[in-house]
Design a protein around this ligand. Structure first.
Ligand SMILES: *Cc1c(COP(=O)(O)O)cnc(C)c1O
Length: 393
């Protein structure tokens, strides 16, 4: 008989089974016990396995390998959020004296990291328009180490001149870092287009259910990858095993979800574009898209699930529109199984002056839609109704 006063803290042997679980096991263990110091030494000297969860754990490895396969690379890591993926790249790759160029419509937090945090570490930054490679070229300095772009901009759905920027980077020996969150590896295979580093907010389309906050980062060059891994580990931006487990489950349906949401977004863009009071509809499937000439070369036939539209009538119309679709969460996220609506002027872009917003093309009547998996007809009906309500005097 065991003495329960002492044995409750002893971990039991795992029950053996000749058959294996078909679902990925969740492994929350923070630490891994080794048979003896020699074995631990061997493991630190390039052996396989896990020692301490901040340095890596099985649920992160399983998830990273799945995203690696989608990107067509090896060696990516999972980080605690999309922003920590950006942070791990900056901390791992940049040093004081370097200069970084960022697209002027990057994700809000990335912009903030570039304009407010990097300068504190002695890294200078410049923002430039990524739809115009000559504007990016004009910003290059001798110290420029990295160019950071998102392929499709948020929320104006502009398409960066990826070919032109990749060419500049290759010619000048500058690292090209691509945030592939909006486009996903299904919409854009970054490494086939000259990217050196790719990051994702796994929180969004890849995990897909708005219940896990995670990121992913990978570099083509193994030495750079090691620097990014070390930064992620040393600054403690490691993901939770449970979040990785949830994301791996979500990822199982990623390709089906993406295809469905993308087809619905194209149908919705078509349906909304003819409606009274609609000033513009932005989706790469539209022939009137401002970067139409670049859609095929950058995105192929993958316009994606993100679209925006603008109605006449300013803030009053925007209020009426959101109130007329109470079932569509008015929420600043994207990539969920359900469609979400966002109003940049009152959320992501509220810190800008109305003039600065106008320069980006974001008026009070501007909405972004992250199209989800609802019945397309239902979604078209709901938004058609809401737009009609927004235009009533
Ligand atoms: C959401 C998002 C991020 C940040 O990801 P988190 O998981 O929220 O930290 C970065 N880039 C883009 C394009 C995003 O949409």
């Amino acid at each position: 008989m065991t003495d329960h006063r002492t044995s409750l803290t002893r971990r039991p042997d795992w029950p053996t089974s000749t058959s294996r679980p078909v679902v990925t096991p969740l492994q929350p263990s923070v630490v891994y016990a080794s048979p003896d110091p020699d074995a631990l030494d061997a493991q630190y000297e390039g052996g396989t396995g896990f020692t301490y969860a901040r340095e890596g754990h099985p649920n992160a490895t399983v998830l990273a390998q799945k995203i690696d396969a989608l990107e067509g690379v090896d060696g990516g890591i999972i980080t605690g959020s999309g922003m920590s993926a950006v942070g791990a790249v900056f901390l791992g790759v940049l040093k004081a004296g370097d200069h970084v160029i960022g697209a002027d419509q990057l994700y809000g937090r990335t912009l903030r990291l570039m304009t407010e945090d990097l300068p504190k570490f002695g890294v200078q930054t410049t923002l430039a328009d990524p739809t115009d490679a000559s504007a990016i070229e004009a910003a290059i300095r001798r110290e420029t180490r990295m160019i950071v772009v998102e392929v499709v901009s948020n929320p104006t759905i502009r398409i960066a001149d990826m070919e032109g920027i990749a060419k500049l980077c290759a010619e000048r020996g500058i690292l090209l870092m691509v945030d592939n969150t909006f486009t996903t590896p299904r919409g854009y295979r970054r490494f086939e287009h000259g990217a050196d580093i790719v990051i994702h907010s796994v929180t969004k389309l890849l995990a897909g259910h708005s219940d896990a906050t995670l990121g992913y980062a990978v570099a083509k060059d193994p030495a750079l990858m090691e620097q990014i891994y070390v930064a992620n580990t040393s600054w403690g931006m490691t993901p939770s095993p449970f979040d990785c487990w949830l994301a791996e489950r979500g990822l199982q349906s990623f390709d089906l979800r993406y295809d469905r949401a993308e087809a619905t977004a194209s149908a919705l863009a078509e349906a909304l574009s003819g409606l009274e009071g609609v000033l513009q509809v932005l989706h790469p499937s539209r022939p009137d898209h401002p970067d139409h000439n670049r859609v095929t070369s950058v995105l192929g036939d993958r316009p994606g699930n993100m679209m925006s539209f603008e109605v006449a009538g300013g803030r009053a119309a925007a209020n009426a529109l959101t109130r007329a679709v109470p079932d569509l969460p008015f929420a600043p996220t994207l990539g969920d199984v359900g469609t979400t609506l966002s109003h940049p002027a009152s959320s992501s872009h509220r810190a800008l002056t109305p003039e600065a917003r106008a320069a980006l093309g974001i008026s009070e009547g501007f909405f972004r839609v992250s199209v989800g998996l609802e019945d397309p007809d239902l979604l078209i009906r709901e938004l058609t109704h809401a737009i009609a309500e927004s235009q009533k005097p």
